[in-house]
Write a protein of this length. Structure first.
Length: 220
């Protein structure tokens, strides 16, 4: 699962589907923990450090900043072919993860922590951002970008993941999301990356090899 991060062999599409179902079942079970974590973080959230962290995370996690920054970083790939491939896969990942995140927000309609409602007081199909807590959009954005950079610049993967975690936890500290909102955002990005980087590439390689062609990975 996620071999470009963990080094573990990739799973099949069916296994990915099963893992996704299990992951969201686990998130549902963990919902009662959200209120506890929210209360534990209140002192930090009310502090000047927490306020600064939340504002910084809100700024850094904006897709209008992160997506172009990731595409600019891909310009440093060594060959034109690798840059072209990187742009295609990055855009595909950003679109897939972002769309999935927005669909879940609309279908679930979870209230944000600051509204004073319980985490399970859902308002499905709401267009109000007050009921778009699940999943965290900033987390989806941050981890989508981090996973693109991990794939193409693996030497610095700890920095990419660290920045994504900083943004994600900042959204938690800023009372914009519950813990399971953050976890769901990470999972959505990871599963989208698995589909884009692993299964699509494997299918292309299989097609090329069946025709007697050879393809050298441009991955750095």
């Amino acid at each position: 699962m996620f071999p470009f991060i963990t080094g573990i062999a990739p799973c099949s599409r069916r296994q990915c589907l099963y893992l996704a179902m299990l992951a969201f079942i686990a998130l549902s079970i963990l919902i009662p923990v959200d209120s506890l974590v929210f209360k534990m973080l209140l002192p930090l959230s009310d502090s000047s450090l927490g306020t600064l962290w939340a504002h910084t995370a809100d700024l850094l996690g904006n897709g209008l900043l992160l997506y172009p920054a990731a595409l600019v970083a891909l310009l440093f790939l060594p060959t034109r072919a690798s840059r072209r491939k990187g742009f295609r896969e990055a855009v595909a990942l950003f679109a897939l993860a972002g769309l999935a995140g927005q669909v879940f927000k609309f279908l679930i309609g979870r209230p944000r922590p600051g509204m004073g409602l319980e985490a399970w007081d859902l308002n499905a199909f709401s267009l109000s951002s007050d009921f778009h807590s699940f999943p965290s959009g900033h987390t989806v954005t941050a981890f989508s970008v981090a996973l693109v950079l991990c794939y193409y610049f693996p030497r610095y993967r700890s920095w990419w993941i660290g920045l994504a975690l900083f943004i994600s936890i900042g959204r938690l500290v800023g009372q914009s999301h519950f813990l399971t909102d953050i976890a769901a955002g990470i999972l959505i990005s990871c599963f989208a990356a698995e589909l884009v980087f692993v299964h699509d590439i494997q299918g292309f390689l299989h097609s090329a090899s069946s025709k007697g062609g050879e393809l050298k990975a441009d991955n750095v």
